[in-house]
Write a protein that binds this ligand. Structure first.
Ligand SMILES: N[C@@H](CCC[C@H](NC(=O)CCC(=O)O)C(=O)O)C(=O)O
Length: 358
């Protein structure tokens, strides 16, 4: 069983975490390693639900904060192979290079180092959760909110998602919709007997390609919307006119919109098309005017910006718990084949979190 050494420095710990492969739905090994590393720490209560590990202090402090991070990653690449991670120089900067270094095992390493604090200034709930990178129904925090909502209770939450060690407020919503096109199957030597559903997709794709994506100003931050085709399927054989074709579309919408408004917007881009919602997670407004968030930003003294990806800040906002994103790694390199994180940034993030909790 792979193991983690919590006494190692935060960069080495990040490397250890990354080298335990944990693509979504395959997090058992990393959850086992985290649970095994935390269980001997006598100041923590450690709980396991599926492949989500929860650890809490019970020091009777006035405030409880959550430090949360997901332990899954998007799939690996083979060319270039992005596991095992490498520590190397890129453009004169020392980086950890490989899957998970940005999204988000550097943040998880910072959580684990903070878990060693025996006398933090606040009570802390650490959440290491499964299946964040996939459809919302699998999300470990979603499952925890259903099974043990009390485990999410807190006055403030920090999601250790990549932010370049700045604070990123709120997050955009994400919706996946399918447009299902119908045709008539026939022999491809005699296409006049059928109707090609894949050919019909060009109208949908042309509308998406022509669409101008908006920038929306919400409570002082600019969120860049995105409406993109992310998949297309159809065809059963190389000599059959396809009778169906499905275009999968991902809409990333600013947090001034709820799900209904987001769907209505997609409909304006694709008038008359029947839209089938496959997955949906609403966003969260920045909430940086809330006292808890202001105190965090002031304590860290870092710049603020918008979170363009979706994160579980949205879940905490829904629960009425102020939450922000703060962690090492450039979000522009999340999910990228060249995913890499400057080692210095992982150390900076660790120091900032430890200072805040001291
Ligand atoms: N259920 C959603 C979950 C997607 C989560 C993912 N989040 C990030 O990559 C955060 C890092 C960042 O971009 O800043 C995402 O936004 O894709 C889904 O499946 O879409």
């Amino acid at each position: 069983m792979p193991s983690l050494d919590l006494t190692a420095d935060v960069v080495t710990l990040t490397q250890q975490l990354c080298d335990i492969e944990s693509v979504s739905h395959d997090e058992a090994a990393i959850a086992d390693a985290i649970e095994a590393a935390l269980t001997p720490l006598r100041h923590l209560e450690v709980i396991r639900r599926g492949n989500t590990v929860i650890a809490r202090t019970h020091l009777g402090r006035e405030e409880r904060v959550v430090l949360a991070g997901h332990i899954d990653t998007v799939p690996l690449t083979s060319e270039p192979a992005n596991l095992p991670v490498r520590r190397e120089q890129v453009g004169g900067v020392e980086v950890l290079w490989g899957r998970g270094t940005v999204d988000m095992k550097g943040g998880v390493a910072v959580q684990l180092k903070a878990a060693l604090l025996e006398e933090p200034s606040r009570d802390i709930t650490f959440l290491f959760y499964e299946a964040e990178e996939v459809d919302a129904i699998h999300n470990g925090l979603q499952l925890l909110a259903e099974s043990d909502p009390d485990l999410l209770a807190a006055d403030f939450a920090v999601l250790l998602e990549p932010t370049n060690a700045a604070v990123e407020g709120g997050c955009k919503g994400t919706m996946r919709v399918e447009v299902r096109l119908k045709g008539i199957a026939a022999h491809s030597a005699r296409p006049w007997n059928g109707h090609n559903a894949i050919h019909d997709a060009h109208e949908v794709l042309a509308a998406l390609a022509a669409h101008e994506e908006a920038t929306v100003h919400v409570d002082g931050l600019d969120y860049h919307e995105a409406l993109q085709a992310v998949g297309i399927t159809g065809g059963i054989a190389g000599n059959v006119i396809p009778d169906s074709c499905t275009v999968l579309i991902n809409y990333r919408f600013a947090p001034d919109k709820d799900a209904e408004a987001a769907l209505a917007y997609v409909q304006t881009v694709l008038p008359g098309r029947e839209l089938h919602v496959r997955d949906l997670a609403e966003g969260a407004r920045p909430g940086l005017d809330l006292p808890a968030a202001q105190a965090f930003v002031a304590a860290l003294g870092v710049p603020v910006g918008p979170k363009e990806g979706w994160t579980d800040v949205a879940r905490f906002s829904t629960l009425g718990i102020p939450a922000v994103n703060f962690g090492p790694g450039d979000p522009n390199l999340a999910h990228h084949d060249e995913e890499r994180c400057p080692v210095e940034q992982i150390v900076t993030a660790e120091q900032a979190v430890l200072r805040w909790l001291a």
